[in-house]
Design a protein around this ligand. Structure first.
Ligand SMILES: Cc1cc2nc3c(=O)[nH]c(=O)nc-3n(C[C@H](O)[C@H](O)[C@H](O)COP(=O)(O)OP(=O)(O)OC[C@H]3O[C@@H](n4cnc5c(N)ncnc54)[C@H](O)[C@@H]3O)c2cc1C
Length: 320
């Protein structure tokens, strides 16, 4: 067994960003362990995405045309299984998304493979692949090796691997799926859009984030205006979103968004609970303003001050 199989993801006619990110991760695995690197795309409009998947390092794009106008976990899982058995990759990468999670573990059970979910780092260990994921509410990172497994299925966290960019020269091949796929255990009802926050924490490069230290909902417009003047995206801790002061889309952390592309993060009145740190501790420059000298946010801060956050905000507003 050798090589990598990436199961690309798409929704409503749009290829998900994670598809290029997984391909970027797979290209690195190809350099470490050897190829070939194949990308499988499944669906009624699968062929439409083949050209976009022709990325550096990809050797072959398997196009599995089905009748499913919408994602169907049973069908995609079954075709992913057929492709794995036919091409015998040693690693299968699937998005750690609502769609990917709905069939990845079942695929691993079916194949008797190694499995890790929500993987954010990949490396070479003594006995092959090493995958890193977090555990215990993001308190620890767990490194997993798979010494006795001929194939490993991994779900990959979005926004953590550099997407493959540019174009490659992959061969585009039809992957025949036959007419007797089991599928059908899921029925697509409708798409329900989440209420839009108008922000994308995952893509923001500069985030001004507010926590319970801002004390009152009536202070929100002030910090929103400050973020706008600074050219920052407004982020927040969970209590701010849970109270309905800001839309959930602003929340940074374990049950919010990871500030994957952020380079400057200003935290105002945020204590730095592990669940919040999960979404921002990797940022290059973190400026923390917190009145409590012992607040854990200072453990990850590049610069910090125990000044009152309202005094800090007054001073900043005067400068702008
Ligand atoms: C399963 C689970 C998932 C979670 N997911 C998330 C998540 O995704 N994101 C998240 O953020 N949290 C998450 N949490 C909640 C998390 O544990 C914390 O409760 C939360 O992050 C605390 O938010 P905070 O820092 O705003 O509030 P607090 O912990 O109350 O901190 C407020 C801080 O403001 C400071 N402060 C107060 N007044 C001032 C002032 N005038 N000037 C300066 N500083 C001041 C205080 O010293 C304090 O440190 C999760 C929890 C669980 C159990």
């Amino acid at each position: 067994m050798s090589g990598i199989l990436v199961i690309a993801e798409h929704t409503r006619g749009v290829l998900a960003d994670i598809s290029a990110e997984m391909t970027g991760a797979a290209y690195r695995l190809k350099q470490l362990f050897g190829g070939p690197l194949r990308v499988l795309i499944v669906g009624a409009d699968a062929a439409d995405f083949a050209a976009s998947l022709c990325l550096p390092g990809v050797d072959e794009i398997l196009v599995a045309q089905t009748d499913n106008a919408q994602f169907d976990a049973g069908t995609v899982g079954e075709i992913a299984c057929l492709a794995t058995m036919q091409h015998e990759p040693d690693t299968v990468l699937i998005a750690h998304s609502a769609s990917g999670m709905s069939y990845a573990s079942a695929l691993a059970v079916h194949l008797g493979s190694g499995f890790a979910a929500d993987v954010f780092a990949l490396d070479k260990a003594e006995h092959g692949l090493r995958a890193t994921r977090s555990g215990y509410g993001s308190k620890v990172n767990i490194e997993l090796d798979f010494p006795d497994k001929s194939v490993v299925v991994l779900t990959i966290r979005g926004g953590t691997f550099q997407p493959a960019k540019g174009s490659g020269n992959a061969q585009i091949t039809s992957f025949p799926v036959g007419s007797n796929l089991a599928g059908g255990s899921y029925r697509h009802e409708e798409f329900v859009e989440p209420a839009s926050a108008g922000v994308d924490i995952g893509k923001a490069e500069f985030i001004l984030s507010i926590g319970r230290g801002i004390q009152d909902e009536k202070n929100i417009p002030r910090f929103a205006a400050l973020a706008e003047k600074l050219g920052a995206t407004l982020g927040c801790s969970r209590p701010i979103a849970d109270s309905g002061w800001l839309n959930k889309g602003h929340q940074v952390g374990l049950t919010g968004k990871v500030a994957a592309n952020c380079r400057l993060y200003i935290a105002l009145g945020i204590s730095g609970a592990v669940q919040h740190l999960h979404g921002m501790k990797h940022v290059d420059t973190i400026i923390a303003i917190n009145a409590d000298t012992n607040a854990p946010i200072f453990n990850v801060a590049t610069l910090g001050s125990t000044v009152d956050l309202f005094e800090f905000t007054d001073a900043l507003e005067k400068l702008l």
